[in-house]
Design a binder for this molecule. Structure first.
Ligand code: 13P
Length: 250
């Protein structure tokens, strides 16, 4: 049985005082869950968040990183820097980074490799646009993104990889994929992993759904055969709402 993972992606929200208050509100509400709880916070909140989660079951991730270790890359933060303050997870290749910051399958792959080098656990995002979906290309797009993101990874490196399927048309729009649709897309991603790495890794890899997840639709989504939890944007910014999603199975 794969465990369930509920990860919040705060995006460009929350000042340090707000981050601390949210974590203090969230921690007691999720302390009894058997599900993994992760919050992926802006760089400026990382240090405060890492201090605030001490003694709780909440884990902390970043939302991006550069693939080089150091150098003349003004404004960037490296995997080595994240590792130095004990960040555990990092989101890589979110559609907003692909769309607004020109990230490509190639840079995503470089970042995944750099993250692994510094013992960070990548949460790799894949997902199709509405246009690609309407043209019947969704499965091709997401399986190709998956294959290219993982290119060159050794089987043992797959252990710490999480994939998040986030259809772009469902992000921040209030439109969720139906649980059946999302489950089928995630099955296709899992089959791609099976082709590349075999049964054991395919059956064990955690694949999340993201796109307008909230406390009303979480249970239906997460109880399908292949959806192993969620990458939650807007609904992760309120402790009560995010806790309800984490505790969807209570
Ligand atoms: P929303 O939950 O706000 O739709 O965002 C999803 C997302 O992009 C998480 O990474």
């Amino acid at each position: 049985m794969r465990r369930k993972v509920i990860a919040g992606n705060w995006k460009m929200n929350m000042l340090p005082n707000e981050a601390i208050a949210l974590i203090e509100g969230l921690a007691p509400k999720v302390k009894n869950t058997k599900n993994d709880v992760i919050i992926c916070v802006p760089f400026t909140d990382l240090f405060y968040s890492l201090l605030s989660v001490q003694g709780t079951n909440i884990k902390v991730g970043a939302q991006n990183m550069h693939f080089e270790e150091s150098g003349a890359y003004t404004g960037e933060v490296s995997g080595k820097m994240l590792q130095s303050i004990n960040v555990e997870y990092v989101i890589i290749g979110h559609s907003e980074r692909r769309q607004y910051f020109a990230e490509t399958d190639e840079t995503v792959n470089k970042k995944v490799k750099a993250a692994l080098k510094y013992n960070l656990k990548p949460i790799i995002c894949v997902g199709e646009t509405l246009e690609q979906r309407e043209e019947g290309k969704a499965v091709d797009v997401i399986t190709t993104q998956t294959r290219l993101a993982l290119e060159g990874l050794k089987p043992e490196e797959m252990e710490t990889i999480t994939i998040a399927y986030e259809p772009i048309w469902a992000i921040g729009t209030g439109k969720t994929a139906t649980s059946e649709d999302a489950n089928n897309s995630i099955k296709a991603i899992r089959e791609e992993v099976r082709k590349l790495y075999g049964d054991k890794i395919a059956d064990e890899i955690i694949i999340l759904y993201g796109g307008s997840v909230n406390s009303s639709n979480a249970k239906e989504l997460f109880e399908t055969s292949d959806i192993d939890g969620g990458l939650v944007g807007g609904a992760s910014l309120k402790a009560d709402e995010f806790a309800k999603i984490v505790n969807y199975d209570e």
